[in-house]
Design a protein around this ligand. Sequence first.
Ligand code: SF4
Ligand code: SF4
Length: 258
Amino acid sequence: MSEQNEKKILFAPDDEFTFSCDNTLPCFNTCCRDINIFLTPYDVLRMRKTLWIPSDEFLHKFTVAFLGDDGIPLVALKMKEDKDKTCSFVGPQGCTIYQDRPWSCRMYPVFPVSAEEEEFLIEEKLTCHGFRANKTSTVRQWKKDQDISKYDLMNEAYKKITLHDFFQRGNKLEPGMSKLMYNTCYDLDAFRRFIVGSRFFDIYDLDEQTMEKIKNDEEELLRFAYRWVEFNVFSEGDLRLRDKEMDKLLQAKRGAAS
Ligand code: SF4
Ligand code: SF4
């Protein structure tokens, strides 16, 4: 795409922009190809649930994983190997997983400039007829229309990890911790197997209600996965050992290290 075919505009959350997308447009379905779509752990949870496949199978078939400079695992949607590099989920009628499409696909055409989401960028492409529609929205309205609040909520919890001071100070995750973070947050079935199949609940002091939620509710499991990463990577959080003497030693070790 040449510069002339693209116009970049910065927006505040309450500024209006013109855009609408539907299947009557001549460009319908032409944009779900050859794009970089990064997936959050919550995106993966939603997508693989709607496909009814285990998390490891989803990750293997539909994603590519790599490490950022800070050692944080990054997961992106794998495009097909056809000549157009189409998304695996696009069908004649549009996105076949529309109700569970990733956060980035919901947000298009607006993208936050920073994690604080005080400013947004829109890249107006001439090939995208949506920018010539009659519909205007603010970013706030757009997010509401795209039913994005649950995604934002879950992603906020993940940002507590990815935007942690540890990284702001220039630290990098050890390979073992990168792996733990990937396995715990993205491969949720493996994390559940690890918890349920080990003496986890004998070792960590969790109440019955929390244990049941973790076992039976994927979103609770993901929230707990974030706590587990904070506990292991940053030695933070409220997880306690059942063995009070061991817990005292652990807390003392943490205090000395901080
Ligand atoms: S309007 Fe834009 S987003 Fe919608 S189908 Fe056309 S190119 Fe894709
Ligand atoms: S997940 Fe759906 S909306 Fe996103 S690129 Fe693929 S087909 Fe398009």
